[in-house]
Design a protein around this ligand. Structure first.
Ligand code: AMP
Length: 498
């Protein structure tokens, strides 16, 4: 893995762990990061793109397993505009050299107490009160983001506001029953994916070849957002040189929050983007309520990873080496679904994959957040902040879906340096999109869950828009819904609705 640390002149050159290759190599079995440094002075030039390496590390017999399922999957992170290749250049999950061998459950996962979330009973009881309390108590409750700079509490998760490991998996409960799921969860084999994810670790899902960009908190935010674009990544861990620790993540959500907060008009330059350091932004926005980064250990189960992502409503989960503190990988819903999709073909096929989306009720069908194609981008940003959804179906006057505007699309404003023009319409912004990476991929209610999962995995998207035959919007089926249903619901855990 190539780690690029981007810092400013003014910050002390005390890089995050990963530079000490000698030490880390002793600590294998985790992939060894290779570190490079990009110093950002006062020049206005963009940070150089990092090179991706393909550093296969010999990890011994037992660990040559599932991580070899692909060496390219992290390129899913490299989907930014104007960068090497488009979707075509990324290998589809099916073409990643998947070995015919079934991945063995790692001893780490088997030893992990969280992987022992047991087989739920099949009684149709509601969740006991204490379970609900334990689940909701680990969210962002208690966060005080201040009055003047108040933000939806959940946004704080993206900024690493929630406590580290805040969302301990609650004990197994009865299955969460949602519409057609109740029948399905009673059937034998309904827990096959739950068990699979309990038996494998985050290490198993980590790529052997990836690119990681780390920002020093003293870096100017404008340069940080440009660096995301230039390096083709969607998020970067934040390294505080003074504290000598990772203190959060910088994601596209932050870019949206900065624009939402400081944009005035096309005629007024956003001074704060030009001047503020990441540290300044965090101080203003977080109002001193700094909480540790939400992260996971490579030895934690993939079940725990799914739970942590969904429960904390984050889309990027850094995997930290518990000994050195180095960031080894950043897990995403896409990565986890792809892992399940590839190896799921080797598992007994559960009957629910043949039931329709309509029967199973997987997804969101009410109170949908949408944006009109004629609305300005600023309106879309307002909705992102208010509703905290990751994408908005774009509809025309007749209510038909004509596109999808995702949070990811907002980074195009940085790529094209057009973040001063938030008055252009969403429809226009979609036309200007250089690469149509997350176009309006849809599904219909009569399609089976298996078909929907196949399409999501094949297209490497985070969600499908559910439409009828006339393209009218019916719902959204996202990876959160699918992972919740496949992995958490069979354990009686509702991290999405809690
Ligand atoms: P995501 O953040 O996309 O993984 O989705 C989290 C939850 O929000 C899932 O239950 C989605 O179905 C739901 N969701 C996603 N997009 C929308 C939207 N535009 N309107 C309402 N709910 C949504």
């Amino acid at each position: 893995m190539l780690v690029t640390f981007i810092h400013s002149h003014s910050s002390p050159h005390r890089p995050p762990p990963g530079a000490a290759l000698g030490d880390l190599s002793i600590k294998a079995p985790f992939p060894l990061p290779e570190m490079s440094f990009l110093e950002q002075g006062d020049s206005t030039s963009w940070p150089s793109p990092a090179m991706t390496t393909n550093a296969e590390i010999s990890l011994g017999e037992q660990r040559t397993k599932v991580s070899r399922w692909t060496s390219q999957e992290d390129v899913e992170e490299g989907e930014l505009p104007g960068l090497e290749g488009g979707p075509q250049s990324r290998p589809a999950a099916e073409s990643t050299g998947l070995e015919a061998t079934f991945p063995k459950a790692t001893p780490l996962a088997q030893a992990n107490p969280l992987s022992e979330v047991g087989t739920p009973t099949t009684e149709r009881d509601s969740l006991p009160a204490d379970c609900t309390a334990s689940a909701s108590g680990s969210s962002t409750d208690g966060l005080d983001l201040g009055i003047e700079f108040s933000a939806p509490a959940a946004w704080g998760d993206e900024l690493g506001l929630v406590e580290e490991r805040p969302a301990q998996c609650p004990p197994p409960q009865v299955p969460v029953l949602r519409l057609g799921w109740d029948d399905e969860l009673r059937k034998p084999g309904a827990q096959v994916y739950m068990h699979f994810m309990q038996e494998h670790t985050c290490y198993d899902a980590m790529a052997t070849s990836s690119k990681l960009v780390i920002f020093d908190t003293m870096l100017q935010i404008k340069k940080a957002f440009f660096a995301l674009v230039a390096n083709g990544v969607r998020a970067a861990p934040l390294w505080d040189s003074k504290k000598q620790s990772f203190v959060g993540m910088l994601t596209i959500t932050d870019f949206i929050l900065v624009l939402h907060r400081y944009y005035r008009s096309p005629l007024v330059q956003i001074y704060e983007i030009e001047e503020h350091k990441i540290e300044t932004w965090r101080e203003i926005y977080l109002q001193g309520c700094f909480k540790p980064l939400v992260s996971i250990s490579p030895s934690d189960s993939l079940f725990e990873a799914v739970y942590t992502l969904i429960k904390n409503r984050i889309h990027r989960l850094p995997v930290l080496d518990p000994v050195s503190g180095a960031v080894l990988h950043i897990l995403t819903h896409k990565r986890l679904l792809k892992f399940l999709h590839i190896f799921g073909t080797l598992l007994p096929r559960p009957s629910f994959l043949s039931r329709t989306i309509q029967d199973l009720g997987i997804g969101t069908f009410r109170d949908l957040a949408v944006v009109l194609e004629t609305a300005p981008i600023l309106t879309a940003l307002d909705i992102f902040v208010d509703r905290r959804v990751s994408a908005l179906p774009v509809i025309n006057e007749a209510g038909q879906v004509v596109g999808l505007y995702s949070r990811f699309d907002v980074i195009h404003l940085a790529a094209q340096q057009t973040y001063n023009h938030l008055d252009i319409s969403v429809g226009e912004a979609l036309k200007r999109r250089t690469l149509c990476l997350e176009g309006v991929l849809s599904c219909q209610p009569h399609e089976t869950l298996g078909e929907v999962i196949d399409r999501i995995a094949r297209e490497q998207v985070h969600r499908l828009v559910l439409v009828d035959e006339t393209q009218h919007l019916l719902g959204v089926v996202s990876l959160s819904d699918i992972l919740q249903a496949l992995v958490l619901s069979p354990a009686g855990i509702d991290a999405l609705g809690a």
